[in-house]
Design a protein around this ligand. Structure first.
Ligand SMILES: Nc1ncnc2c1ncn2[C@@H]1O[C@H](COP(=O)(O)OP(=O)(O)OP(=O)(O)O)[C@@H](O)[C@H]1O
Ligand SMILES: [Mg+2]
Length: 270
């Protein structure tokens, strides 16, 4: 359904994404991992067409979206919603209006200017917030929410577009372990319950292993691993992160323990 073929992006001499090819034949949850500068964000940005590829192609279904312009490009961008590390909400605007921004592509300029939203869209926004466990925050200003809550607002805004694909660029990199878990659980549930494809750039190997059906490892712009998380051996991880990285049991289990502790703390305080 999604076909990425020899996708390349250069910035002057720097090849940020180098001949990346992969196919996704059914909706799954994919984690993209790699060191800083490996090309993860650039890959997502060119997939969503926020930025143009230098060469190669992106095909979804039968549509080649690589060079799409105008309405076809906008349609593609609403089919593959993006969420970001820094949430990208309008801080002083209330939560529900932030979520309704997800429908911007479909609305007339006049309706947008006067902040007019149809009643059914408002209901839909509240329903989505409810699904993510944050409906009671709907009237609050976005900047009054915690990071984890703000990221769930951003996910709700993405869901307003009813996207087939959610591209998430380091969605939990700014969150503490407890909020990181809540956000990753939400993405996993959206994938499982709605059958949406989720492609997330993730900083830690453990998160990718824990949540994803497939892991793509990038190094210097290239895909150096593509497979099920079980196949991600210490050697494969070294290939992705470089020889100096520590993938011993102790080093990787610490992070899981932190998450578990945070999880039980959450239960205690509930
Ligand atoms: N607009 C740009 N102009 C020039 N170089 C860029 C631009 N965007 C990215 N790069 C370069 O492309 C390479 C890949 O960057 P990218 O942001 O995609 O990496 P990343 O894997 O997302 O890293 P991080 O984990 O730090 O977010 C880097 O060397 C970066 O400096
Ligand atoms: Mg990045």
């Amino acid at each position: 359904m999604l076909k990425i073929d020899a996708l390349t992006k250069s910035f002057g001499q720097k090849v940020a994404v180098d001949n990346v090819t992969f196919d996704v034949d059914k909706p799954m949850m994919i984690g993209i991992i790699g060191r800083s500068g490996a090309g993860k964000s650039t890959l997502l940005r060119i997939m969503n067409r926020m930025d143009n590829a230098t060469s190669g192609s992106i095909t979804f279904g039968n549509v080649d979206v690589t060079g799409a312009t105008g309405a076809v490009k906008r349609q593609w961008q609403s089919r593959c919603a993006m969420i970001f590390q820094q949430f990208n909400l309008v801080p002083r605007m209330d939560v529900v209006s932030n979520v309704l921004h997800g429908t911007l592509n479909r609305r007339s300029t006049l309706a947008t200017m006067f902040n007019l939203y149809p009643q059914d869209e408002i209901h839909k926004a509240i329903e989505i917030l409810g699904r993510l466990g944050i409906a009671e925050h709907a009237p609050k200003r976005a900047d009054a929410l915690s990071g984890g809550q703000q990221q769930r607002v951003a996910i709700a805004r993405a869901l307003m577009q009813d996207p087939e694909i959610i591209l998430a660029d380091e969605p939990i990199a700014s969150l503490d372990p407890m909020n990181a878990q809540v956000v990753m659980d939400a993405l996993r549930r959206i994938h499982e319950e709605d059958g949406r494809m989720v492609i997330a750039n993730l900083h830690t190997l453990d998160t990718a292993r824990r949540y994803c059906d497939r892991v793509i490892g990038m190094r210097d712009g290239q895909v150096v691993f593509d497979g099920a998380p079980e196949l991600l051996t210490t050697d494969a991880a070294r290939d992705i992160y470089g020889a100096g990285a520590d993938f011993s049991e102790e080093a990787t289990s610490t992070q899981i323990e932190t998450l578990d502790q945070a999880g039980s703390l959450e239960l205690l305080s509930a």
